[in-house]
Ligand binder design. Structure first.
Ligand SMILES: *Cc1c(COP(=O)(O)O)cnc(C)c1O
Length: 410
């Protein structure tokens, strides 16, 4: 009989002497280097390899941007800035980190609703492209530009009239706080032409965390159509068409890695039409998690093995305050396990089914729910994979006042 339960997609980290290796170091050694647990470790070679993999499969015309909110650790952003063609920021804090990298400011864009005057002013002065989320924001940008004596570079973020199907996080279509409804964009562009603004183009981001090729292919086709249609109303040629991203990461049992070759093939089919309609446009894809998630692990230490009514709990020093997503409380509807293992006993001698929990006083503080792994003792290291994106900075680190984890780029 075959076991038909869904499994996690295979994990690619190397193992030596039954111990996981990251960045060429055994995990136990890395924990010694860290000096304390818990910690996040990001593997720089894997970041580099991931960008190369994208370059291999996507058409050469595509400009690749890193959406920094997935992992804004300055060392990671510095590394990524040397590999990609642009950075996307969503706050003044991220903008500061981005401007410390060698990336030219004209290749940095700033999206997000609710940008403050102070954030807008800094971005205008820096020469960053502002992805405008509303007509009101456009008016504020024009006034601030005049005050600063700098012509702001702007793009219109469009809330498309379609959705990215089967995306777990829809960011466009229907009523949204993001972008300007597509049907209102022509009027906005007419007004834009009368303001002292440099028009760059459009930003059309329809959704996140998508593993389905057909859905992405359809979104790309519709996005290009929309960009080309709106360009007819633009006050200047479109120099940038940002078609979003949304490439997903296989986190849960049954998830399969995105077929990037098929996504690239479809883009290759569509690009000649775009080239013809928008000859000056650079075509941008912005990715967060796809670039960084699989390069990162979260590591915590077993403090105690505890048995309760036949179930084994590994109580660790890590938990949802450091890694909300792995606990299932970051937008998941039904909690599913991330890939988790005992990193210093990958196969082990005995296997058992355990739940891995943290030190917080809530049953939500769960890193693995009844998963099979090797038998662990106090002192062993638990590893949560696929943790390079939306880990530390997407977690409520102040909850229960434990210290934050450290982060390392290895
Ligand atoms: C968050 C965000 C991204 C990155 O999304 P991922 O799912 O991490 O790839 C890209 N673009 C915009 C506008 C975003 O808000």
């Amino acid at each position: 009989m075959t076991d038909s339960r869904p499994r996690h997609a295979p994990i690619q980290f190397s193992v030596n002497d039954d111990c996981l290796e990251i960045g060429g170091l055994p995990l136990t050694r890395l924990a010694q280097r860290a000096g304390k647990t818990p910690f996040y470790a990001y593997d720089r070679q894997r970041l580099t390899d991931r960008v190369a993999f994208l370059r291999q499969h996507l058409p050469a015309e595509i400009h690749l941007h890193y959406a920094m909110k997935a992992n804004p650790m300055p060392a990671v952003v510095q590394h990524m800035a040397r590999l990609v063609d642009g950075l996307d920021v969503a706050s003044a804090g991220e903008m500061k980190v981005a401007l410390d990298t060698p990336m030219p400011p004209g290749e940095i864009s700033f999206a997000g609703p609710g940008k403050s005057d102070s954030e807008l002013s800094c971005a205008i002065a820096a020469g960053i492209v502002l992805n405008m989320e509303s007509e009101q924001e456009m008016e504020r940008i024009a006034i601030l530009g005049e005050y600063l004596g700098v012509r702001p570079k702007v793009a219109v973020r469009v809330n498309p009239d379609f959705e990215l199907k089967s995306s777990s996080m829809k960011m466009g279509g229907g009523p949204k706080q993001f972008g300007v409804d597509a049907e209102r964009v022509p009027a906005m562009l007419a007004r834009l032409g009368r303001l002292a603004l440099d028009f760059e183009g459009f930003h059309i981001f329809s959704g996140s965390q998508n593993l389905r090729v057909a859905a992405l292919q359809e979104a790309h086709e519709k996005t290009f159509q929309l960009g080309i249609a709106l360009a007819k109303h633009a006050p200047a040629p479109v120099r940038m068409l940002n078609i979003g991203g949304g490439f997903g990461t296989p986190y849960f049992p049954g998830d399969e890695a995105l077929d990037l070759a098929a996504v690239g093939e479809n883009l290759r089919r569509l690009i000649p039409g775009v080239r013809q309609a928008l000859p000056e446009a650079r075509i941008v894809i912005e990715l967060g998690r796809y670039l960084v998630a699989e390069a990162g692990i979260y590591v915590c230490r077993v403090l105690e093995r505890k048995e309760s009514r036949g179930q084994i709990f590994l109580i660790t020093d890590g938990g949802l305050h450091h890694h909300l997503a792995a606990s299932g409380n970051f937008g998941q509807v039904i909690r599913k396990n991330y890939p988790v293992m005992v990193g210093n006993r990958v196969q082990g001698t005995d296997r058992e089914v355990v739940s891995v929990v943290g030190p917080l006083c809530t049953p939500l503080d769960l890193l693995a729910d009844r998963m099979e792994m090797s038998r662990a003792e106090a002192g062993d290291l638990i590893v949560v994979f696929q943790s390079g994106a939306y880990g530390l900075t997407a977690s409520p680190t102040a909850f229960l006042s434990h210290p934050p984890p450290m982060e390392m780029l290895v």
